[in-house]
Design a protein around this ligand. Structure first.
Ligand SMILES: [Zn+2]
Length: 240
C-alpha cells in the first residue's frame, strides 16, 4: 500500500509554499491516475497556481506493476542513504519468503530521472524488453549525433510512440525547448532480440539494474569479443 507524505515545496519563481503528496510507491493497476501522470511525465511536477508555472520535484519513489511484474525504483540522488535502502530491500528479497514469493518473476530496474521512469514504464507497457531498446538506442546514437548540430549537446534519447502508432526516438537537446524526433525501424528489434537472447540474460546485474546505454555498450563489447574468439577458433580448426 502506498504511503503518502504531505510535504511542503516552494515555487522557484514566487517562493509560495505549496503542499504536495509524496508517494513512496505507485502501484499499477490500482493507482490509475498516477500511472497516467507517470506516462505523461507529469507525476514529478508541481504547478504553481499563482505564476502558472510547472516545476520539477524529484524524490525516491517505487513504481510497482503487479500485473506485468516489474519494479522500477526512481532514485534521483543516489546518496549513501539511498544505496542503503536499496541494499536492504535486495537483502529482504533474498531472505524474506513472503516478499520473495510476491515478487517472483519480477524485473527490477533503477532509474535516475523522471524521463527515464516514463520511458521504462512505456517500454514495459508496450511489451518490449528494455534491454533490447537500450541496445537499439546505442546503435542509433551515431546517426542521431550526425543529425544534431555539432555545438548542441544531447541530454537524453528516449523511446516513444507517434500518434500513428509507429515508434520514434525523442532527442532532448541542451538549450532547446523542442526535442528532435527520429523514426525507429522496429525490424531491428526482432533481429537484436534473436542475436542477443543469451548474452542479455547473462549480463543482467542481480537486484535493481540500471539498464541504460552504458550497459548496452558493455553488452555489445562482450558480444564482439565473443564473436572474435569464435572466429579465431574456426580459423585454428581449419588450419589444423
Ligand atoms: Zn509561483
Amino acid at each position: 500500500m502506498a504511503e503518502i507524505r504531505r510535504e511542503k515545496v516552494y515555487c522557484p519563481k514566487c517562493k509560495k509554499e505549496i503542499e504536495i503528496g509524496m508517494w513512496d510507491v505507485i502501484e499499477s493497476p490500482y493507482d490509475k491516475e498516477e500511472k497516467e501522470k507517470v506516462l505523461k511525465n507529469m507525476f514529478f511536477k508541481v504547478h504553481c497556481d499563482d505564476c502558472d508555472i510547472i516545476f520539477p520535484i524529484a524524490y525516491r519513489c517505487q513504481y510497482n506493476d503487479l500485473e506485468n511484474k516489474y519494479l522500477i525504483w526512481f532514485v534521483p540522488g543516489m546518496e549513501p542513504k539511498d544505496k542503503k535502502v536499496i541494499a536492504e530491500y535486495e537483502e529482504r528479497l533474498k531472505t524474506d519468503n513472503t516478499l520473495r514469493l510476491a515478487r517472483g518473476g519480477y524485473r527490477y530496474r533503477l532509474v535516475r530521472t523522471d524521463n527515464e521512469l516514463r520511458e521504462k514504464v512505456f517500454i514495459f507497457e508496450q511489451g518490449f524488453d528494455d534491454r533490447i531498446i537500450e541496445i537499439m538506442k546505442m546503435l542509433y546514437a551515431p546517426m542521431i549525433k550526425q543529425s544534431v548540430a555539432k555545438d548542441r549537446d544531447i541530454i537524453g534519447i528516449y523511446f516513444d510512440q507517434k500518434k500513428d502508432g509507429k515508434y520514434r526516438w525523442v532527442i532532448l537537446l541542451a538549450g532547446m525547448n523542442q526535442p528532435l524526433m527520429m523514426d525507429i525501424n522496429m525490424d531491428m528489434y526482432d533481429e537484436m532480440k534473436g542475436k542477443l537472447a543469451g548474452i542479455i540474460d547473462e549480463m543482467l546485474p542481480e537486484g535493481f539494474a540500471y539498464i541504460n546505454v552504458l550497459w548496452a555498450r558493455e553488452v555489445m563489447k562482450e558480444q564482439v569479443e565473443r564473436l572474435e574468439k569464435e572466429k579465431q577458433k574456426e580459423a585454428q580448426t581449419r588450419n589444423a
